[in-house]
Design a protein around this ligand. Structure first.
Ligand code: 1GP
Length: 249
């Protein structure tokens, strides 16, 4: 099986130091604003769009992917909040398993239901070990997945989970504080996981400034995700600032 999007994102991360992923939750952006937002984000340095949400309450999911594809050449990658979020319109899908939790539905149940669909539509599925990290208040991801996050000041526990993910053959590890998190994933944890585990790391949740994002890259993240901060202020300047903080080389 080929993984063209995964391969190209890894090579972008290698040449730029790290990649910038802009998260689009179709529930949080008005349909009429999406075309200009994605054009502006692509121009300002986004390396991929992630599309998804813990709770999408209308039918805007597939329409949003089509809009992104129509208006930019930047890869559109599904970051599914649930089984309904699969579409052949996307370039790839993060095939997530919530390995920080002990909820069988999110470890393997949903994946078994999704796999035949993904195979049938020929979507590139990038196996991703998703680890929720304690971040202050209960996040939507924590509540909706009915899982307990990993303790934020126990990097050794995160490392053990990451090593299990590596041995199991996951292609990416996502260290997630949760959308709108009060506190982002600690650099100490990112550094420990990056030191002991060779699987490329995505870090997201609660990143409020370009400086925050850069610290995560310097700690060892290869992919940085922002969502909420751009929902509040999606200006081209701020996206550029994030992109240049993340693109360290
Ligand atoms: C959530 O990591 C992403 O899954 C992004 O989080 O919305 O807090 O940027 P924010």
């Amino acid at each position: 099986m080929d993984f063209p999007i995964y391969t190209s994102l890894l090579s972008t991360a290698k040449s730029k130091g790290a990649c910038y992923f802009v998260l689009i939750d179709p529930d949080k952006i008005a349909a009429e604003k999406l075309p200009s937002f994605v054009e502006q984000a692509a121009e300002a340095g986004a390396d991929a769009f992630l599309i998804g949400g813990s709770l999408i309450v209308d039918d805007s999911f597939e329409r949003s992917i089509k809009t992104i594809k129509l208006h930019t050449n930047v890869p559109a990658v599904i970051f599914p909040g649930g089984l309904m979020q699969i579409s052949k319109e996307a370039d790839a899908l993060l095939f997530l398993s919530i390995i920080s939790g002990r909820n069988p539905e999110h470890l393997i149940g949903s994946q078994v239901l999704a796999a035949p669909i993904v195979k049938k539509i020929g979507l590139e599925a990038i196996s991703t070990a998703y680890m929720l990290i304690e971040s202050g208040k209960t996040t939507s991801a924590e509540f909706m997945s009915n899982t307990r996050p990993l303790p934020r000041h126990k990097p050794d526990i995160a490392v053990a989970h990451a090593l299990a993910a590596e041995i199991l053959g996951f292609k990416l590890i996502y260290l997630e504080a949760g959308s709108g998190a009060e506190q982002s994933v600690p650099e100490e944890m990112i550094g420990a996981v990056a030191k002991y585990c060779s699987v490329p790391l995505i870090v997201g949740g609660g990143l409020k400034t370009p400086e925050d994002a850069r610290k995560k890259v310097l700690a060892g993240a290869k992919f940085i995700v922002t969502g909420t901060v751009l929902e509040k202020n999606g200006s081209s300047n701020l996206i550029k600032e994030f992109a240049s903080a993340i693109h360290t080389s």
